[in-house]
Design a binder for this molecule. Structure first.
Ligand code: ZN
Ligand code: ZN
Length: 274
């Protein structure tokens, strides 16, 4: 009945060169118990050797460990056998747009999620760089985040932009609404102009902020322009598949959104919320 567009398998008892099917089946089973009938499988683009040099900082460099082929061969095995779509969650780094474009061309993805996890070497959701929230001006963090997000929307590289107000993750000081709302507006306009969907991501409920991404004001803006939105758990373990989707749907409806979109293996599907 519902589609979870953002599921990672990377924390399983496996290596990216093996990807046992039993692990995938556990995700599907939990999903089924929550009326999730399809999953969007993504791995982080930074895990693969081919992404070396495309992402900033030591943290990313330490994680480019596996050949992309191991992942894509697994995807080829599971395509058509399970109710899934196969994708990648890739960072958008403005200075590396050409390299990222080439990287994404290496496989025929059903969909690509675009993410802003980094502002230079500051990983917004990386515990090692968490103190940067205390060192930097919140207005600078958020304005840079949305500047990059708008560029990501305009790049044409992505179907969906993920966790669209990630800098709130630790509940750190946030700029006033008078500063943020114009950015929300410009960001949503950029998504609409470039036919990119917005993600409702429940992982924020598992983070210190304890809120769904994004803020209701962003969802209200999305409703105003009839922007496609996806439902996403960002699960890294089976127990989180489809978790809190009832809250996500309720929030979406309260904000004026009447349907959700899924990027499936056979194209785009729309599901009505009422
Ligand atoms: Zn992410
Ligand atoms: Zn993710």
């Amino acid at each position: 009945m519902w589609f979870d567009q953002h599921v990672h398998m990377e924390h399983g008892p496996y290596t990216p060169l093996e990807y046992p099917h039993e692990w995938l089946e556990q995700f599907l089973e939990v999903g089924h118990s929550r009326q999730i009938t399809g999953l969007g499988i993504v791995e982080h683009g930074y895990r693969f050797t081919e992404s070396r040099g495309l992402l900033p900082g030591e943290w990313s460099l330490r994680r480019c460990l596996y050949p992309l082929r191991g992942y894509t061969e697994f995807l080829d095995q599971i395509r058509g056998r399970y109710p899934i779509a196969v994708g990648l969650e890739m960072d958008y780094v403005p200075a590396q747009e050409v390299g990222i474009r080439d990287y994404l061309k290496r496989y025929s993805w059903d969909f690509v999620l675009g993410s802003i996890h980094f502002i230079d070497e500051f990983g917004l959701d990386v515990s090692e760089t968490k103190d940067e929230y205390n060192r930097r001006d919140p207005e600078e963090i958020w304005s840079t985040y949305y500047r990059y997000s708008i560029q990501a929307a305009e790049s044409g590289l992505f179907n969906v932009l993920t966790h669209p107000d990630l800098p709130k993750i630790y509940g750190s000081p946030k700029p006033p609404d008078s500063m943020l709302v114009p950015w929300y507006h410009r960001f949503i306009e950029a998504l609409a102009d470039n036919h990119v969907a917005l993600e409702i991501n429940t992982a924020g409920l598992r983070r210190p902020v304890r809120e769904i991404y994004p803020h209701p004001r962003l969802l209200q803006e999305a409703a105003r322009v009839h922007l496609p939105v996806t439902l996403a758990s960002d699960a890294h373990e089976p127990e989180n598949v489809g978790r809190f989707f009832d809250q996500a749907r309720k929030l979406a409806m309260e904000c004026g959104i009447d349907k959700v979109t899924a990027f499936g293996a056979n194209g785009v599907v729309t599901m009505w919320l009422r």
